[in-house]
Design a protein around this ligand. Structure first.
Ligand code: SAJ
Length: 420
């Protein structure tokens, strides 16, 4: 069997590499020539544990090739972005274009799989009208399925193998063929359903998380009024066998959790009230964080302050800044007239105008250290070595050892805990 993978990003590339490592001939396609070139040269354009070794193996053994144009294959996998427009409506242009791009190469008996997360009915309303142009009879001569990825950045390879997968076919045969393919490396159970159900399931999963985080953020604000530490309260509540409250933070980032719920808001309108409100609650957190930072500084009587923002990635231990709450927190801090310097041990290049390349430089003139990402490097900082103009720290992820910071003379503030 041969596979053509369209889209070589955070999902497409690991998936392509995984099949190639299992002896399947894979041709990867990306519209970005720089991404194609780097893959051909075994240089990574994304950070992911275990990806480099696997990419080396795939290319060296000749199982993975890459170019900017598709080629004939038995199976086509589409893994392109499905972002939202500025008005929070779904942008399905990449999915439509990727589908259109394979039409000239599709032959009878082929299988086309969509991995991108999409609003329910996208396979039916966006992909099928393109695939009809092959002249093949859909479901008889051409098989189509949605097999949404569910992996978490940072643990992609572990989760690709072990997670259960939901596969939705436009008919039974499409689903079965897709299951057979993923059995190449998936050890979790592969559950079969129809395409629209699979689309909804994937979006539901991320929306569940967004709504749950919004709940945690609301509780964090409430706890500050009650003089309760919300992290401790959530820990206790989660000892209940049927409770799993998520955690508050400076906002929800990434290209999935902060995006997918809008698909349901767009489709559901007035029906999707909780989902819509949760999105707004989570989107309010960066500005809440900035305001809280300012009020800490005001209470300390510090004017014209400099804030050291620690963490630019959208979550811990990854290098991805897409839709990161940190960039919004920085904008909000600057709007409040505060100076900002930032540092992230995982973001190597200069990706933000406020960025410095080391921790020392970021903290030396700082009046407050604002931790926005729970990188391991931050958890294990040698607190005694930190030089700062004013010794104040604000932890928005409950990732620091309060005792150690206080012992080093820092005034310690925690999001969701008014006891300072
Ligand atoms: N966050 C919180 N509180 C929490 C958990 C997360 O504020 O309790 C924040 C994070 O800091 C981050 C954002 O939410 O800014 C999203 O992080 P995440 O770890 O929840 O999710 P992603 O975007 O890295 O990956 C999610 C995963 N979905 C679920 O867990 C249901 C992953 O399995 C999906 O494959 C991925 O979305 C995707 O591609 O859709």
């Amino acid at each position: 069997k041969s596979i053509c993978v369209v889209g070589l990003g955070y999902i497409g590339l690991p998936t392509a590499v995984m099949f190639a490592n299992h002896g399947v001939k894979v041709h990867g396609v990306d519209v970005n020539p720089a991404a194609v070139k780097s893959i051909q040269e075994k240089q990574l354009h994304i950070e992911e544990t275990g990806l480099q070794e696997r990419l080396n193996k795939a290319v060296d053994e000749g199982f993975l090739t890459a170019s900017t144009t598709p080629q004939e294959a038995d199976i086509f996998i589409i893994a392109v972005p499905s972002p939202i427009n500025p008005d929070n409506t779904a942008n399905l242009e990449y999915v439509r274009q990727a589908t259109a791009s394979i039409v000239p190469y599709v032959k009878p008996g082929n299988l086309v799989i969509l991995e991108s997360t999409v609003p329910p009915k996208t396979v039916e309303h966006i992909m099928l009208p393109e695939l009809v142009k092959t002249g093949l009879e859909i479901g008889e001569e051409l098989f189509v399925a949605h097999s949404p990825e569910r992996v978490i950045p940072g643990r992609v390879f572990e989760e690709l193998v072990n997670n259960d997968r939901i596969v939705g076919g436009i008919n039974k045969k499409s689903a079965e063929l897709t299951k057979e393919l993923y059995e190449t490396f998936v050890q979790g159970t592969i559950h079969l359903t129809d395409a629209t159900t699979a689309e909804l399931v994937k979006v539901m999963e991320n929306t569940y998380r967004d709504v749950n985080i919004a709940f945690a953020n609301e509780l964090a604000k409430l706890a500050e009024k009650l003089d309760v530490n919300i992290w401790e309260a959530i820990k206790f509540a989660n000892y209940h066998p049927r409770v799993n409250v998520h955690f508050p933070g400076p906002g929800v980032g990434g290209h999935c959790i902060a995006v997918d719920p809008w698909f349901l808001v767009e489709l559901g309108g007035e029906t999707a009230q909780i989902i819509h409100l949760s999105r707004n609650t989570n989107d309010s957190m960066p500005s809440y964080t900035a305001q809280k930072t300012q009020s800490i500084l005001n209470k300390a009587g510090i004017a014209g302050a400099t804030v050291a923002v620690l963490g630019l990635a959208f979550k811990g231990n990854i290098d991805d800044m897409r839709e990161s709450p940190s960039t919004i927190v920085i904008d909000e801090l600057q709007k409040l007239g505060l100076n900002v310097v930032s540092f992230d041990p995982h973001i190597k290049e200069n990706k933000h105008p406020t960025q410095t390349q080391n921790l020392e430089e970021a903290t030396k003139n700082a009046d407050i250290l604002l931790f926005l990402t729970d990188h391991n490097e931050f958890k294990t900082i040698d607190v005694t070595s930190i030089q700062a103009k004013n010794k104040i720290v604000f932890d928005t992820k409950n990732c620091l050892d309060r005792g150690a910071w206080e012992a080093a003379g820092f005034e310690f503030h925690l999001l969701g805990d008014a006891k300072n």
